[in-house]
Design a protein around this ligand. Structure first.
Ligand SMILES: NC(=O)c1ccc[n+]([C@@H]2O[C@H](COP(=O)([O-])OP(=O)(O)OC[C@H]3O[C@@H](n4cnc5c(N)ncnc54)[C@H](O)[C@@H]3O)[C@@H](O)[C@H]2O)c1
Length: 408
């Protein structure tokens, strides 16, 4: 079932405005695609029944929506709550339409009335909160939107969860809240100090502070998950490395190792051992596209750098591993699956995305447009006003110039 602000027609909001109609046009492409879900299967929890997943039409959350709906048809009812922003697609969950235990609710996490309506309508007991403005590059030019969605939106959810006595609140955060990690530093533990360096990461760190406060003040049962960069099928092409990858040089940094005492709130890092420079990732992608190494230079274009670019991220995921979690997919296997999926569906899944495949697109009224940033065959002087210094390339083996871990 599809609900838009509680009104039966999916295209009309409660205030009578038509909204997001293009998202509801079904061209049937999803019927050709494999139904991709995760590999885990646990005994269903008896205290969990009705789960609201925010950002469910976006990349990572749609995997959880499909996985829980299809793996636990008799145990869990899943509500995907999403405002349908530029990076989302209902194709990500259309294969679930008609399932007894799935519903889509078009709503905005910054709108308390819509959040509470969804919680009441579906008698929600558990919230998994993914919805966010998630693209770092956009946060340099559009940062108020990031604060509004990621901080205020999280606050609205927490306050609504408190009022409705939600039993479990899982907040999806990012390793970027730690800021950059120097080559010589240990991988960061969950107790490390948060030191975000860009508006996106700062908004995610601020959201975490609110989660902490609701857990402390109101005993809201909350968990925070901080993940490394994620890639794979179903991600809006602008955000995924295989369609567009701006290889970047990084400014060298030297943050000290920092530790805080363990907090009462459960926090889990999710991290894999694969660490690649952007250029190394570029080459792996070109190889996956069966481009001969001698031709790589013809396919690589250089862009200017971000105003500030974290040198690398590195988290210690031992706490999660102690619970039995292990990465299941080798990086090159995952890359192969991802490239194959995008070759087949990528340019049709979200409609015409050709215009977003530029180095630094900007979002205007939910439309992504090019900022016409120049690209070149050689590393560039930085376009933001300082000269890009070459970072030392350590520990990545085949990186070449440019450093870090393939965050794009
Ligand atoms: N992609 C990564 O590599 C990565 C890594 C670590 C953490 N994360 C975190 O995981 C979460 C999901 O990331 P993603 O890459 O899937 O993002 P995404 O951009 O693909 O999806 C975000 C979804 O949130 C929705 N949304 C945005 N604003 C909303 C609002 N105000 N109300 C309701 N819905 C709204 C969008 O429509 C979209 O469907 C984010 O919180 C992000 O910070 C992502």
């Amino acid at each position: 079932m599809t609900i838009s602000n509680g009104v039966a027609s999916p295209n009309v909001a409660a205030n009578g405005h038509r909204r997001s109609t293009s998202f509801f046009q079904d061209h049937g492409i999803w019927k050709e695609a494999p139904v991709l879900i995760g590999t885990t299967r646990f005994e269903p929890r008896p205290d969990v029944r009705n789960i609201m997943i925010t950002g469910g039409a976006g990349f990572i959350a749609c995997w959880l929506v499909r996985h829980l709906t299809l793996t636990y048809p008799h145990a869990y009812n899943i509500v995907s709550f999403d405002k349908l922003d530029y990076c989302s697609s209902l194709n990500n969950t259309r294969m679930l339409d008609g399932r007894r235990n799935f519903a889509f609710y078009q709503g905005d996490v910054t709108n308390p009335a819509e959040v509470v309506d969804c919680l009441e309508r579906y008698n929600i007991d558990t919230i998994v909160h993914f919805a966010a403005q998630s693209h770092v590059d956009l946060s340099f030019g559009n940062s108020y939107t990031f604060t509004h969605t990621n901080v205020y939106g999280t606050h609205v959810l927490l306050e609504s969860a408190r009022k409705m006595r939600i039993k479990r609140f899982i907040h999806i955060s990012t390793d970027e809240v730690y800021g950059e990690v120097d080559d010589d530093d240990d991988d960061l533990l969950e107790s490390s100090i948060l030191a975000p360096t860009n508006p996106y990461a700062a908004s995610k760190a601020a959201a975490e502070m609110l989660v902490h406060s609701y857990q402390k003040s109101f005993k809201l049962p909350a968990i925070i998950v901080r993940s490394n960069n994620v890639y794979g099928p179903h991600q809006y092409p602008r955000n995924n490395p295989q369609i567009h990858l701006p290889p970047r040089a990084r400014r060298p940094g030297s943050p000290a190792r920092r530790r805080l005492a363990d907090a009462a709130l459960p926090v889990y890092n999710v991290g894999a051992a694969d660490e690649l420079s952007n250029l190394a990732l570029c080459r792996r992608l070109l190889a996956a596209f069966r481009i001969a190494p001698a031709d790589f230079p013809r396919w690589i274009r250089h862009t200017h750098d971000r105003p500030f670019n974290d040198r690398r991220y590195a988290v210690d995921a031992a706490k999660l591993r102690a619970l039995g979690w292990e990465p299941q997919t080798a990086f090159d296997d995952g890359l192969g699956v991802t490239v194959a999926w995008y070759r087949r569906f990528g340019l049709r899944w979200w409609g015409d995305v050709a215009k977003v495949l530029t180095p630094f697109p900007v979002v205007a009224a939910r439309e992504v447009v090019s900022d016409h940033a120049p690209v070149s065959d050689n590393p560039q002087q930085d376009g933001w006003g300082w000269e890009v210094k070459r970072g030392k390339e350590k520990g990545t083996g085949d990186g070449g110039e440019g450093s870090s871990n393939g965050h794009v």
